[in-house]
Design a protein around this ligand. Sequence first.
Ligand code: SAH
Length: 415
Amino acid sequence: MAIETITGQLILKSKRQKPVLNRHPWVFSGAIEHIYGTPKPGDYMQICDNNGRFLATAYYNPNSQIQARILSWDDTTAIDAAFWTQKLQRAFDGRAKLALEPTTNAYRLVNAEADGLPGLIVDKYGDYLVVQCLTLGIARRKDLLVDLLSELVQPVGIVERSDVSVRRKEGLQQTKGLLRGKLPPDDFSIQENGHQFQVDLLAGHKTGFYLDQRDNRNVVTNPTFVADKSVLNLFAYTGGFAVYAAANGARQIVNIDSSIPALETAERNIALNGLQDRCDFQTLNGLKRPTDEYIAADAFEILRYYRDNEQKFDMVILDPPKFVNSKRDLDKAARGYKDLNWLALRLLNPGGILATFSCSGLLSSDLFQKIIFGAVVDAELDVQILAQLGQAPDHPILLSFPESAYLKGLLCRIW
Ligand code: SAH
């Protein structure tokens, strides 16, 4: 690859340089005093303070609210393949130290900004890689990055899952497909903590599987909590929590999701792990299912249905999709979370456990805890928090970039 040079210099407004001085990797349009040179979209540029002093090297996108994303705090005059190799290698080394293999062969290799690689996600699923290019700066260098990933990891195939709506904010279309090598076979599966899961890299949610919940699946389904218990697994997707709960001795697990394909895969995953006798996909905990299909249903409706039929469980797991997409959604989302948790708390047997999550980055863990508290008050219960949960360590949070913290959870027990 030709060495790309720096084509512009971005001067920050004096009152807006603090975040960059604190190593936050984003420069918003409102923080820019002036741009020297004629940088094209995606070009590399220098970020300087108001006195022209060098602060960082970034890539540029004039069509985004986030006009520059910082790649390096060093004064790099030219950026070449060796620069990217070093950054990728550093992220890989961090994963190697997590010692996830051999019982886990699917994990995040590159977590974008939190790994110093803004806009780039790379997930490893066995011998395959899935990449997401979230920004123009990364999309423009996709070929180079795919070459480097092929060389460094030597996967059998590399799949792109850039079918995410945030790309619009960067002026990019959504795209997905095979980039290199071969697609995995139809029955492709991964291992997580020794459990098997079928994953569809092209059609699954996110890059195929909710890898960020790996450690929480272990914590929540500890045999102390689930052995011989009944579990209501809401927002089950392909059965992540269900497989762990069944393997750890749960007596019965009811899986609810609004997606039939997800539940079909969940049922296959249960079978793949030899746990068929413990999972119920066909009835509502003994009550007749409402349709001939799977229980593909709205979690809110199912919770009310159980309440009206006085059904109880020893554990309820709530792992809903993101409710907050912009700050404007916060109030409505807070009401949604409260309703969901209030309904779930009321289905629990005495001493029952609620494992409740939010993957909304814009909702802080403090606010989440307050919402759960509100639900507890309305349910007139005493509740203990047994564990405060977050995203697995292959999805690290960069302290200077709080936006990288998004997944939060509380493991609660009715006292
Ligand atoms: N717990 C899962 C991940 C859940 S992701 C795991 O460990 O892998 C959120 C899931 O909620 C998705 O599978 C989606 O299909 C489902 N979903 C979204 N809205 C829903 C609703 N209103 N009712 C039930 N399921 C819903």
